[in-house]
Write a protein that binds this ligand. Structure first.
Ligand code: ADP
Ligand code: MG
Length: 159
C-alpha cells in the first residue's frame, strides 16, 4: 500500500481514525505528524491512546515536550516539537524512544515532526490538511513499513 487519503468530517472522525491506529499498530511504530497548528494532531493522538486502551486523558505536550502513558496495550510516547529548533531536537536523542532499548518499546507519536533533523528508518507519516467547511483530510504514508491489512477496511466502515 502506498499513501492513503482519508476524509475526516469532524473531530470525532479524527478521534476514530486514531483509535483504529491505536488498535492495529505494533510495538515500535512511529507516527510522524506534520500539519499546521489546529489541524487535529493532538486529537488524532488522543484517539490512538483510546485505541491502546489508555483511559487517562491525553493532553497536548506542547509545554511538557513529552508525555508518557503506560496503562494501555503498549506504552504511548507523545511528543510535541513545536517549541524547538532542529539542533535542540537532535540533542533529545529521540531514537531512544523508537529503539525501545532504554525505554519500554511502544508507540511513538510526534507532533511537528518537520522539526526533526533525522527520522527513524521506518515510520508512518500522517499529514492533516483542511477540506471544505472546516473538515480535515488525513494523508497517511508508510515509509519502509506496511499498514495492517485491515486498516483500509476499518477506515471505510468506521469513519
Ligand atoms: N476532522 C475535523 N474536523 C473539524 N475539526 C476538527 C477535526 N479534527 C480535529 N478538529 C478540531 O481541531 C481543533 C484543533 O485540534 P488539535 O488536535 O488540538 O490540533 P493540533 O494538535 O494539530 O494543533 C480542535 O478543536 C479539534 O476538535
Ligand atoms: Mg497539538
Amino acid at each position: 500500500m502506498t499513501n492513503m487519503k482519508i476524509f475526516l468530517a469532524d473531530a470525532e472522525a479524527t478521534l476514530r481514525l486514531g483509535m483504529i491506529l491505536g488498535e492495529l499498530l505494533t510495538k515500535g511504530s512511529v507516527i510522524l505528524l506534520e500539519a499546521d497548528l489546529g489541524a487535529g494532531k493532538t486529537t488524532l493522538v488522543q484517539g490512538i491512546g483510546k485505541g491502546l486502551g489508555i483511559t487517562e486523558s491525553i493532553v497536548s505536550p506542547t509545554f511538557t515536550l513529552i508525555n508518557e502513558y503506560t496503562e494501555g496495550r503498549l506504552p504511548l510516547y507523545h511528543l510535541d516539537l513545536y517549541r524547538l529548533e532542529p539542533n535542540e531536537v537532535a540533542a533529545l536523542n529521540l531514537e531512544t524512544y523508537w529503539e525501545g532499548v532504554e525505554v519500554m518499546p511502544g508507540i511513538v507519536a510526534i507532533e511537528w515532526a518537520e522539526r526533526m533533523p533525522y527520522k527513524p528508518d521506518s515510520y508512518l507519516s500522517v499529514g492533516l490538511g483542511y477540506g471544505d467547511d472546516c473538515t480535515r483530510i488525513a494523508e497517511i504514508t508508510p515509509f519502509n513499513c506496511v499498514l495492517n491489512q485491515d486498516f483500509a477496511a476499518r477506515c471505510t466502515s468506521y469513519l
